[in-house]
Design a protein around this ligand. Structure first.
Ligand SMILES: [Zn+2]
Ligand SMILES: [Zn+2]
Length: 281
């Protein structure tokens, strides 16, 4: 698997001189499988640039799009995904059960009073809703994908990808608390992440902020670290950076999380997700 970050930011895109290093676009990841097929997670504003890159390539676009949940920072880039306007494109969509409703709503409603001048039904690409992942583990092109419900307002899914003995877990917009407010236990997340080579997890807040953010559906970097350590993960990637953080702030979070690991004698590799960076697995 090759993982590329097209959007790492939470809540709202924040372009500008203070977000150049870690990025200002909202959630979008590209996973290139061994078959060469692409699996995209979420359609935040990062998907626009991915679409431009796909258009520059030879041949038709044929990919899977997995949606974690339909908060706007995870779907708002969808109408700006260029391959949607091409007859040769095929997109197979799956994810949280409300995903198609959310993606459609970025275009229009049946009343024609939508948010975008083009109607979803007028798209030229072949868009197919698979509706498989909500029923359990599935396989796409040789990669096994499973999901876990998120502790997040209106719900959502985290995903686990297994290909050729390697495991990637992607969990964003998730509030890790020992006193779980939606009935999920920390042990369930630990089990889901056990032995992962890479865990990409929500780390929107600082430990000093988290008590004022109870019920908002996000975690602090210390909670993300504790999950990764408990689960025996090899590498933790801090994700869904708060829109208020500058590059210096995100770098400081990365450093503070590494210090916690050092204090606890952990060899866990830790980094903050950077837009345009790649991970190889
Ligand atoms: Zn979000
Ligand atoms: Zn959300």
């Amino acid at each position: 698997m090759r993982i590329r970050f097209w959007g790492t930011r939470g809540s709202i895109p924040v372009p500008g001189r203070n977000t150049i290093e870690f990025g200002g676009n909202t959630t979008c990841l590209e996973i290139t499988l061994q078959t060469g097929k692409r699996l995209i997670i979420d359609a935040g504003t990062g998907i626009r640039e991915l679409g431009s890159e796909l258009k520059r390539e030879e041949g038709p676009t044929d990919l899977y799009l997995l949606i974690t949940h339909i908060h706007w920072d995870h779907i708002i880039g969808f109408p700006f995904f260029e391959p949607l306007y091409d007859l040769s494109t095929r997109i197979r969509i799956d994810g949280y059960p409300t995903c198609m409703k959310g993606l459609r709503s970025t275009f229009d409603t049946r009343m024609g009073d939508g948010f975008f001048p083009i109607k979803f039904d007028d798209l030229r690409a072949e868009v197919q809703y698979l509706d498989r992942i909500s029923k359990g583990e599935v396989e796409f092109e040789g990669v096994t994908v499973d999901r876990i419900p998120l502790q997040h307002p209106q719900g959502g899914y985290g995903f686990r990808f297994r290909e050729d003995g390697k495991t990637l877990v992607f969990i964003t917009d998730n509030e890790l608390r020992s006193d779980a407010w939606t009935g999920r236990t920390l042990e369930e997340y630990v089990e889901f992440c056990t032995g992962a080579d890479i865990l990409i997890h929500d780390a929107q807040y600082l430990p000093s902020e988290i008590n004022q953010r109870e019920g908002w559906g996000h975690s602090d970097y210390e909670a993300a670290f504790m999950l990764a350590r408990e689960a025996g993960v090899k590498k933790l990637v801090l994700f869904h950076h708060d829109p208020s953080r500058t590059d210096l702030d995100v770098a400081a979070i990365q450093e503070a999380c590494r210090e916690i690991a050092a204090q606890k004698n952990s060899y866990l590799m830790i980094e903050a997700a950077r837009e345009n960076s790649e991970l190889l697995l």
